[in-house]
Ligand binder design. Structure first.
Ligand SMILES: CCCCCCCCCCCCC/C=C/[C@@H](O)[C@H](COP(=O)(O)O)NC(=O)CCCCCCCCCCCCCCC
Length: 247
């Protein structure tokens, strides 16, 4: 995994420069891909996760979810086999959007305000999730949050991989280390099948808007670092409220 130092992107000018460089790197590729009608753009992921931590350390849910919407475009570009994962992600995002657009929408501006609101109003189930109740925003976002750990691990493995590495294997290893223990046997089998359909490394890097080998490491690690910052802060907030195991 990335070392502690690597996990915290350089503050200030280095970080600005790094991001500007990534944007420049994929800009021209993006233009051609837009002409080809391809939707996924890694710079939108980078922009969303970089802008979702406010000056005072709040996680802004609108920006957080916009990064997730970009992930769906990525999964949809991989084909039908990933349909159930894309669908599950869409379901979770839709639940969150209902809260953000609802009568208490203002309480769902940040992760921190959502947690306060749902705890103050007894909306969070710590024991079990009654099937007839709409899941809380806290437990819904926790499911997406856990998947970011998988993504961090996968991007790390991809960024240090060589042309000999099998991307499906990298997915499966990252899944075993992060998400598998949260999932039922059935979901684990379905995920294993999907991993077999992962495109080869070269094609995957193309989808990620990287058109030269030596840029892959840089683009992936820059994007991953913006995701890691958000993951680490979200993890701390959930941990502080004893909410990491919401049913
Ligand atoms: C592109 C390859 C994607 C591989 C993603 C690895 C995760 C595979 C497992 C997905 C399981 C989906 C089936 C449903 C599981 C749910 O039971 C389970 C628990 O929810 P519940 O308590 O409400 O039941 N749901 C979840 O855990 C949420 C899973 C969400 C998966 C999101 C995957 C994100 C992948 C993002 C790829 C984007 C790459 C972009 C690169 C810059």
């Amino acid at each position: 995994m990335w070392s502690k130092k690597e996990r915290d992107p350089e503050e200030g000018k280095d970080k600005e420069m790094m991001t500007a460089k990534v944007v420049a790197l994929v800009q021209n590729v993006e233009y051609t891909r837009q002409c080809e009608g391809m939707e996924f753009q890694i710079t939108r992921v980078l922009a969303a996760f970089r802008s979702c931590i406010s000056e005072d350390g709040q996680i802004l849910l609108k920006e957080y979810l916009s990064g997730w919407k970009e992930f769906i475009k990525f999964m949809d570009s991989l084909g039908m086999v990933f349909g159930f994962i894309s669908q599950e992600t869409t379901t979770k995002i839709n639940i969150m959007n209902v809260y953000l657009a609802g009568s208490s929408g203002a309480e769902y501006h940040t992760l921190q305000s959502m947690i306060k609101h749902e705890l103050d109003h007894g909306l969070v189930n710590f024991k079990e999730l009654p099937r007839d109740q709409v899941p809380s925003g806290c437990r819904t976002l926790l499911r997406l949050h856990r998947a970011l750990k998988w993504l961090e691990m996968f991007l790390y493995k991809l960024s240090i991989s060589t042309s000999q590495d099998n991307t499906g294997k990298l997915c499966a290893l990252a899944y075993e280390e992060t998400l598998a223990h949260h999932h039922s046997w059935f979901v684990r089998q379905a995920a294993a099948l999907a991993f077999l359909a992962m495109p080869p490394r070269r094609e995957l890097l193309q989808i990620l808007c990287v058109h030269k080998e030596e840029e892959a490491q840089f683009v992936l690690s820059t994007t991953a670092k913006s995701i890691i910052r958000v993951y680490d802060l979200t993890q701390r907030v959930y941990e502080a409220h004893g909410m990491l195991e919401l049913p």
